[in-house]
Design a protein around this ligand. Structure first.
Ligand SMILES: C[S@@+](CC[C@H](N)C(=O)[O-])C[C@H]1O[C@@H](n2cnc3c(N)ncnc32)[C@H](O)[C@@H]1O
Length: 292
């Protein structure tokens, strides 16, 4: 889910950069809890054997094995992340695994990519647009366009909280919380609310043949241990930041209930519970250069 709400709220699962929900253990859980849907989203992008691909904001590197399988032995992967501790995890994992292609990991920012023009056939940017302001997203997309060759692909995937649902809690509970977070000045909340508009962002960045697809990741009890830990962590965080916020009465009551660990555990084990995380994948192609 990966959704910080405001400055001054608990800094949950932060990496060395201080960004909420960016440490390797959390990212691993989120990935495992979403594995089949994430794999389908990555496969839908159109990455081909032999391609050079940048995993931008790679986190702990969970997508790298799938990316390596897609590009195969003739391909090449670069992995970049702002958090040096995440890059160290990636380097360790790459060294211990037998991926079919080379992987170069480095610390850096998507706002000023340390790669030459046309270095890649594709960029994969997952679960990170929410951390960027509007100006930063425009900069990052311009950077992706710069480092991808004409005809190559830029793929951006992120959570869309409009689709989030934790039935039988009130419909739209999470969305209203994030909207209130944005109202209170949380850049990450505002960034998450932008997800449904990613297609337009890609078009305005000059990409062509843009398409987008929403995916629902739906889970119900009994939850496996990782999925349960992921949702427990998310809901604990949301419930804690919601305290004292200006929300509808029914929402306040729901969050107050989930703030109690025993109630939260019962909720996560209740067969009537249904947990849905929404995601959007937006993909665009770098246009051919005009002659001259
Ligand atoms: C929620 S994680 C997603 C990681 C991975 N893409 C995944 O889907 O599991 C967001 C990642 O973006 C990184 N990040 C945040 N801002 C960044 C920036 N400006 N440049 C590069 N990485 C950034 C964080 O360090 C973190 O690892």
């Amino acid at each position: 889910m990966g959704c910080a709400m405001t400055a001054g709220t608990p800094n949950t699962h932060a990496s060395s950069t201080g960004q909420t929900f960016t440490d390797a253990a959390w990212l691993d859980d989120h990935f495992e809890a979403s594995r089949p849907e994430y794999e389908a989203q990555l496969r839908a992008v159109g990455i081909r054997p032999g391609w050079r691909v940048l995993d931008a904001a790679c986190g702990s590197g969970p997508f790298l094995p799938w990316l390596a399988a897609l590009v195969g032995p003739a391909g090449h992967l670069a992995a970049l992340d702002l958090a040096p501790d995440n890059v160290a995890v990636v380097e360790r994992r790459v060294a211990m695994s037998a991926l079919p292609c080379p992987v170069e990991a480095r610390a850096g920012t998507v706002l000023a990519l340390p790669y030459a023009d046309d270095s890649f056939d594709a960029v994969w940017f997952a679960n990170t647009s929410q951390y960027l302001s509007d100006a930063e997203l425009a900069t990052a997309l311009a950077e992706f366009r710069r480092v991808v060759r004409p005809g190559g692909l830029v793929a951006v995937k992120d959570a869309d909280l409009a689709y989030h649902s934790i039935a039988p809690a009130p419909r739209g509970l999470v969305l209203r919380l994030v909207e209130e977070g944005a109202r209170r000045g949380s850049g990450q909340s505002a960034g998450t609310l932008r997800t449904p508009l990613l297609g337009g962002w890609l078009r305005r960045a000059g990409l062509v043949e843009v398409w987008r697809r929403a995916t629902l990741i739906e889970r119900a009890p009994p939850l496996d241990a990782t999925t349960r830990r992921f949702w427990r962590g998310s809901l604990t965080f949301f419930a804690s930041v919601s305290a004292g916020w200006d929300l509808p009465e029914a929402d306040r009551e729901a969050w107050e209930g989930l703030r109690d660990p025993d109630t939260l555990d019962r909720f996560l084990d209740d067969p009537d519970t249904c947990l849905i995380e929404g995601n959007v994948l937006a993909v665009g192609r770098v246009p051919a250069r005009e002659n001259g």
